[in-house]
Design a protein. Structure first.
Length: 410
């Protein structure tokens, strides 16, 4: 039976059919997208032809990655590289995709990439790995709360078995308890293979909470997420205890390369870092001390189908510099980098291709190695971006670079 698209559009415009119900009326999700878009065009008097120009098949996407779809947004995509990474999982030279609308960002990061690669590359280490979910329980009293924490410690293996029954790749490695009055947060920590793992951790924790309430009746679950996780919010707990991958990247940039490529000196870069990133951040009560880590994280996240809202905690970072034997030592510590190479938006057409550029798409062998490789590449790219911006500030070139990009739009 043919679908009368025009009739459906008119019924949406009249209010007879709501936007979200179109998919329930027609069998084709792609047709539902078309109907919504045409209805909006007529109601608002605008053309949405660019939004409608996409290679995405909404039969697979709607209900899995999005609802009420009307099309897709395109963001310019570039690569920086080759970037030499000397990690435990990422070893070699990589081109790194970045999606952004900020002029001069890619060129700047690429200049930093050139400097660190010519100096021998960026060393990377993952020092901690664990996705978290922290349910909140209410107890009758603090006495019960303390008893509950001890009970959880004694029953960890039982709780672990229940939680892991929901997943093939998720492993519960720790439960971190926090007590306030008669409330207890249990911060579950999981390794999650090549997935970023937020949904995996949530599902596993919900199952564990059912077991806990049944076995310890005095504990009442208030919320499976009690904000001690902490997801998509700036939090000191992520900075101290980590969430996702805790990655450290470091490089020694030779003096002659600093002078030739970055047009400054190790001493000036170091001074800018101390006075801007550290003194300035502390004076502003900003506990991450970095120049623009969120810029690089966001661009890579958008390009590769990561959960973009997790830029909030993933861009917590400290950039450190020293002048060592006349050369520049620089490191970036990312305590809560949350990335995956499976799940979420990683499987979408352009996003999966972006991951393939780095050789990290899909599940690694063994599972978990692709996500760790990706995390090391991200950290190395962040370091290159930090190095370049510090150099640009030292030489007073930042405004000039953006002015040049702005003139290109005129």
């Amino acid at each position: 039976m043919s679908i009368d698209i025009e009739k459906l559009v008119e019924e949406v415009i009249s209010g007879k059919i709501s936007l979200h119900k179109v998919s329930k009326i027609v069998d084709s999700k792609n047709v539902a997208v078309l109907v919504r878009r045409k209805a909006l065009e007529r109601m608002l008097g605008v053309s949405l032809s660019a939004i409608g120009s996409t290679i995405i098949d909404f039969e697979e996407v709607e209900g899995r990655n999005i609802e009420n779809a009307i099309g897709a947004t395109q963001i310019p995509l570039a690569v920086v590289g080759p970037l030499k990474v000397l990690g435990d999982y990422a070893r070699g030279e990589f081109f790194v995709p970045m999606a952004t609308t900020e002029g001069a960002l890619v060129a700047g990061v690429n200049r930093g990439v050139k400097a660190v690669t010519e100096s021998g590359g960026v060393r990377t280490k993952i020092v901690r790995d664990g996705m978290t979910r922290a349910p909140l329980f209410k107890l009758p009293s603090v006495v019960d709360a303390v008893e509950f924490v001890e009970w959880v410690r004694n029953r960890f293996e039982d709780i672990k078995k229940v939680a892991e029954s929901t997943t093939r790749h998720g492993k519960l490695i720790e439960i971190q308890p926090f007590v306030m009055g008669n409330m207890v947060w249990l911060r579950f920590v999981y390794t999650t293979g090549d997935a970023m793992g937020m949904n995996m951790a949530t599902i596993a924790t919900e199952k564990a909470c059912e077991f806990i309430e049944k076995e310890f009746p005095k504990a009442r679950l208030i919320a499976v997420s009690g904000n001690m996780c902490t997801d998509k919010k700036p939090a000191g707990i992520n900075a101290l205890l980590g969430r996702g991958k805790t990655v450290i990247a470091e490089a020694v940039v030779k003096r002659d390369i600093v002078e030739r490529v970055l047009h400054t000196t190790p001493e000036l870069i170091h001074e800018v870092n101390l006075r801007k990133n550290w003194a300035g951040s502390i004076h502003a009560l900003s506990f991450p001390c970095n120049a623009h880590v969120a810029n690089i994280i966001a661009a890579i996240f958008i390009a590769t189908g990561q959960d973009v809202a997790q830029v909030v905690e993933s861009s917590i970072a400290w950039t450190w510099t020293e002048v060592v034997d006349g050369d520049l030592y620089i490191s970036v510590t990312l305590p809560s980098l949350e990335v995956g190479t499976v799940g979420g938006g990683t499987w979408l057409p352009t996003q999966s291709e972006a991951l393939k550029i780095m050789g990290v798409y899909g599940s690694g062998d063994p599972p978990g190695t692709n996500a760790k490789k990706f995390a090391e590449i991200v950290a190395a790219t962040v370091l290159a971006g930090e190095l370049n911006l510090l150099a640009a500030l030292a030489t007073r070139e930042l405004g000039k670079a953006h002015e040049k990009a702005r003139r290109g739009q005129l």
